[in-house]
Write a protein that binds this ligand. Structure first.
Ligand code: NAD
Ligand code: MN
Length: 498
């Protein structure tokens, strides 16, 4: 491991890397068939990082036919699992070996602090790929309990061609949660990164090739949702579509699947997660620290952000004061400064969305406790102060709609029943947290919450060993853990008469 780099070190490295903006199809870096490109603009300072291939239907067709041909050839799908595993693990090693470059690309492209790009995104991406590779020669199929003269086999096979459409908030991490099990299971994959953060996906594609993945196993198509994303979602020869992104687009993808070939659609969508703090929490300072990072980390651009802070009435004022105090440690800074905790918002459109919600919160009768302003405009970058609203009621837009920025809504409750009712009164069901010393209250509350993940006395825990995903309009299916393999395999029943 290298010593901690200074901002100057990162700036110097940024000068030396060659940023690739092409698509990767059938093992070759190529321009879009149309020749069109779009400017990839850094939210850190407004500079153009690259002109990126703007793929559309023609590129989708080419990538799908390459992916299909590779799948049919068996050169990847039919390798012994232990052989695929070696290549997948080598891919994970290359992500680590190129970690500084990947972290830098992520930070420049979408604005998150470099310390997290390295410690969270690169580390998490490598772990997701390695864990999936390690798993693949340890997953057994089943034999049905059959009569003596029959054998019933239940086997899992790769689905074939997988299209993965991913968002910009954790571009490489969300991609790798999907690539790990999809590739390890033997599928061919077409990765469509967000138009707001295409750079690491392209680099990942190159690294997969370098690791020994045959050409056509992993294809990368940068471009817009309504062009290349839609083309993939409507494609008659894509078997499975996996997605992380907004609930609005998730619903649209189900329609596209129904309008085309009924491809399997697995969705990881938005959230408005409740963080419930009871007066008997074991450590209110720790709870306040967690409530703060739950909304400020990654500029609040986190699907599991603890954006609704539900606090028991008796401690509410004191607790909000603690959160406001903690937030002083989470003021925006230059993303390449290794001490910065809050970086730039991904683009102008997202910044405008955040500022509009801040206005709505103030006009709607909530009390602004701190934050609320765009800052550091002299840098040419897009920065906003983490913002807390007190006296929010759960019907206000800032409590109902996913802002996807550092805007916290504080809601007061008087009983456990009321807390659960407010927590569940949402279209979403991704995650929730509960803070209490009472083990019975902790479990009762956790069971009553309609969410795919519940954290008790901490926020945002998890690992590759546990599934990640939501109830209700937060999606279906799960990333991470062995459950993720369910998305990338079909179950076959083979019945043999002896
Ligand atoms: P988005 O839905 O706008 O875009 C996601 C992806 O879909 C992008 O690649 C985009 O180009 C593509 N897309 C857009 N329109 C499309 C169309 N018509 N057809 C096909 N593809 C299309 O979401 P975003 O703004 O990039 O990401 C933020 C969202 O992601 C938030 O709602 C957040 O909660 C969610 N998210 C969820 C999880 C999770 O695991 N549940 C994790 C991270 C982010
Ligand atoms: Mn970008």
């Amino acid at each position: 491991m290298s010593a901690k780099k200074s901002r100057q070190d990162w700036e110097t490295l940024a000068q030396s890397i060659e940023i690739k903006g092409q698509a990767l199809i059938g093992g070759e870096l190529r321009d879009a068939e149309s020749g069109d490109t779009f400017a990839c603009i850094s939210p850190v300072d407004g500079r153009v990082l690259a002109n990126v291939a703007s793929c559309d239907l023609a590129d989708a067709n080419l990538a799908v036919s390459n992916a299909r041909a590779m799948f049919e050839s068996g050169a990847w799908a039919q390798l012994p699992p232990a052989e695929r595993k070696k290549v997948v693990i080598r891919f994970a090693e290359l992500i680590e070996e190129n970690g500084d470059e990947l972290a830098l690309l992520e930070t420049l492209d979408m604005g998150k602090p470099i310390r997290y790009s390295k410690a969270v995104d690169v580390a998490g991406a490598a772990r997701a790929i390695r864990w999936s590779g390690e798993a693949v020669d340890k997953i057994y199929d089943e034999l049905a309990p059959t009569p003596h003269n029959e054998i019933g086999m239940v086997t899992r096979e790769p689905v074939g061609v997988v299209a993965a459409i991913v968002p910009w908030n954790f571009p490489m991490l969300m991609a790798c949660w999907k690539l790990g099990p999809a590739l390890a299971a033997g599928n061919s994959v077409i990765l469509k990164p967000s138009e707001k953060s295409p750079l690491t996906a392209i680099r990942l594609g190159q690294l997969a090739m370098e690791a020994g993945m045959p050409a056509g196993v992993l294809n990368v198509l940068p471009g817009f949702g309504h062009t290349v994303g839609k083309a993939l979602a409507l494609h008659m020869d894509v078997d499975t579509l996996v997605f992380t992104g907004s609930t609005k687009i998730a619903k649209q993808l189900m329609i596209y699947a129904g309008e085309s070939n009924m491809k399997r659609v697995w969705l990881e969508a938005g959230g408005k997660s409740p963080n419930i703090v009871f007066a008997d929490a074991p450590d209110l300072d720790a709870a306040a620290e967690a409530a703060t990072s739950a909304i400020a980390f990654n500029q609040g651009e986190v699907c599991t952000a603890g954006s609704r802070l539900l606090v028991e009435a008796s401690i509410k004022d004191a607790f909000v004061e603690k959160v406001a105090l903690q937030l002083q440690n989470w003021q925006p800074g230059h993303p390449l400064d290794p001490d910065t905790q809050v970086g730039a918002v991904v683009d102008q459109q997202q910044l405008d969305t955040v500022l509009t919600y801040i206005e709505k919160g103030a006009q709607g009768g909530a009390t602004m406790v701190c934050g609320g302003k765009r800052v550091m405009t002299e840098t040419g970058g897009l920065f906003v102060e983490p913002t807390v609203f007190d006296n929010v009621n759960n019907q206000m837009p800032i409590a109902r709609e996913e802002i996807f920025g550092p805007v916290l809504s504080v809601i007061t409750f008087n009983s456990a029943e009321e807390a659960v009712a407010i927590a569940n009164d949402t279209d979403y069901g991704l995650a929730a947290a509960v803070w209490t010393s009472n083990i019975s209250k902790a479990h009762k509350t956790a069971k009553a919450l309609r969410t795919g993940m519940v954290w008790i006395n901490h926020y945002d825990g998890g690992d590759m060993t546990a599934p990640f995903g939501g109830y209700k309009q937060s999606g279906n299916g799960r990333d991470k853990s062995l459950h993720a393999f369910e998305k990338y395999t079909e179950v076959k029943a083979t019945w043999i008469a002896l």
